[in-house]
Ligand binder design. Sequence first.
Ligand code: FAD
Length: 409
Amino acid sequence: MAEFTLDLNDDQKQVRDWIHGFAADVIRPAAAEWDEREETPWPVIQEAAKVGIYSLDFYAQQYFDPTGLGIPMAMEELFWGDAGIALSIVGTGLAAVGVLANGTEEQIGTWIPQMYGDANDVKVAAFCSSEPDAGSDVAALRTRAVYDEAKDEWVLNGTKTWATNGGIASVHVVVACVDPSLGSKGHASFIVPPATPGLSQGQKFKKHGIRASHTAEVVLEDVRVPGSCLLGGKEKLDERLARARERAANGGGERVKNAAMATFEASRPAVGAMAVGTARAAYEVALDYAKTREQFGRPIIDNQGIAFQLADMRTQIDAARLLVWRASWMAVSGKPFTAAEGSMSKLYASEVAKKVTAQAVQILGGNGFTREYPVERMHRDAAIYTIFEGTSEIQRLVIARTLSGMPIR
Ligand SMILES: Cc1cc2nc3c(=O)[nH]c(=O)nc-3n(C[C@H](O)[C@H](O)[C@H](O)COP(=O)(O)OP(=O)(O)OC[C@H]3O[C@@H](n4cnc5c(N)ncnc54)[C@H](O)[C@@H]3O)c2cc1C
């Protein structure tokens, strides 16, 4: 019988230390500058590409770690460095997962390398699902994809919003509706290749946090893509639509996961790990500060009021990491998520990150409120974790529905 252990093996420790070194030496020192500039940190992405952290190979290696801990470990360390820059480095991964989850081998081989470019000419990719009227309610998306059989082309029209790397990406992965009568079961994902006419960037958002990550609207006006850009291919789509129509005609039945939901599900524990990274970073700053800052003739950590907060912060961060690791291990071992453990990990870790970073600001007093100290930025950054990849409310809905089997609203 396999021994139970939470110890990382030597290879994992080596990778973790290597990523941590990059986060400490390259990401963290650049964090304040790119947060102020509110621009994509291309030079940092390029550095990451040079050392091999920004590449499909790197993610594939972590993804195929048989313990499942490769991705959460990498995310925690990168986001410990800085959330905005780290999202600029890993944002392409969301689009890549969209292709890995739904694409054919040929599509994976053709498009994923183009998403990353190479160290001399780095590229980024965007995953575009959300729309102005379809955020939590993904099924409401209106972007249409219509097949032009004569030309074997798909024609896409609609407006996407909140797209990480939207408009600056080489490759955009766009979720669109091919059969509006089927709701989310009528969705499909498409590759929009670099420089395709009709795709343009709408407004770029000025954000509260993760400001080094580019977030924008993407407008699609009569965007024509070859038939080969439908992820999974036409035959598979037609089969899937036929099954969905049959089920609809029979009054429902077995649930079918739509393309966007499959992508989000696979990425939730990874988002939890990002939140753990930000929380741990803020906790470490607060611990050091509490040990050195003196008031009333002694370090402020001498007060239980401060020390107990730090004890709670660390306890919650460790608990969050364990939930993330459990979900990641379950995913890689093919264990069914019977209690929505992936959503649980994202829900808990994201709420811990918000709470812990707020406590860190408080522990640093006036300094915590300034941009001279990183906890102010970490607190702003942490707010994203309870919003993207499904808000906390949506995670609770998913968990409650899974536990009860009831259609809770
Ligand atoms: C910085 C950033 C980056 C992002 N990157 C991407 C990306 O790369 N690609 C992409 O496709 N999307 C992306 N998103 C979109 C993100 O996933 C959505 O913002 C998120 O799903 C919430 O949708 P919404 O903003 O429309 O909020 P809404 O869905 O309008 O929700 C508003 C509030 O109502 C609550 N609510 C909604 N429905 C219910 C319900 N049934 N029960 C209880 N409460 C409910 C929500 O929890 C929330 O508190 C990004 C967003 C941000 C801010």
